[in-house]
Design a protein around this ligand. Sequence first.
Ligand code: 13P
Length: 259
Amino acid sequence: MRNKVIAGNWKMNHSPIDTRNFFGKFNDLVKENNHEIILCVPYIDVAAALESTENTNIKIGTQNLNHEVAGALTGDVSVKMLEDIGIKYSVIGHSERRQYHNETDDFVNLKIKAAFDHDIVPILCVGETLYERELGIAKEKIIIQIRKDLEGLPANFARKIIIAYEPIWAIGTGKTASKEDANEACKLIREEIRKMYGNDVAEEVRVLYGGSVKPTNAQELFGMSDIDGGLVGGASLEPDSFAQIANFDKFSMNIGEMI
Ligand code: 13P
């Protein structure tokens, strides 16, 4: 049985003070939770987040990293710096970075390998645009991303990766992929991993869905055969809503109250 991953991506939101306030409330709400809970916070919040979650079941990640260890790269934060302060996860290849920072699959591939070399588990994001979906080439896009982003990655690392299927048209739009469509895409990713690495690795890799996940749809999405949890943007910013998502399997009756 794969352990579920409930990951939050704060994007460019929350200050260190907000971070302390968030965990001041959130930690208690998920203390009985057995899923892998990860909050990917802005760099400036990392110290506050690590301090606020010491001795809890909550893990802290970043939203990006530079694959170089050090150098003349103004404004970047290196994979080694993150390793040194105890970061164990990082989002890599988010569509917003691919779109606004011109991150190519080649770069994403370098970052994934560097992350593993420094004991950081990548949360790799893949997914199609609305245009690609309407053209009927969503599957091809996802397969190409998986192939290029994981190229040359050894199986002992591949088995630990977390992959998030995030259809770009569902991010921050309030539009969620249907649970069947989301499951089909996550299954497609797993099948591609099976072709590349074989059965054992494919059955171990966690594949998440991301795109307008909310307390009201988390349970139906995370209950699907190939969806191993979620990567949550907007709804991870408030302790109550993110805790309801993380505790999706504990509140089956009160959907109405959760809205
Ligand atoms: P939303 O949950 O706000 O749609 O964002 C999804 C996302 O991009 C997470 O990485």
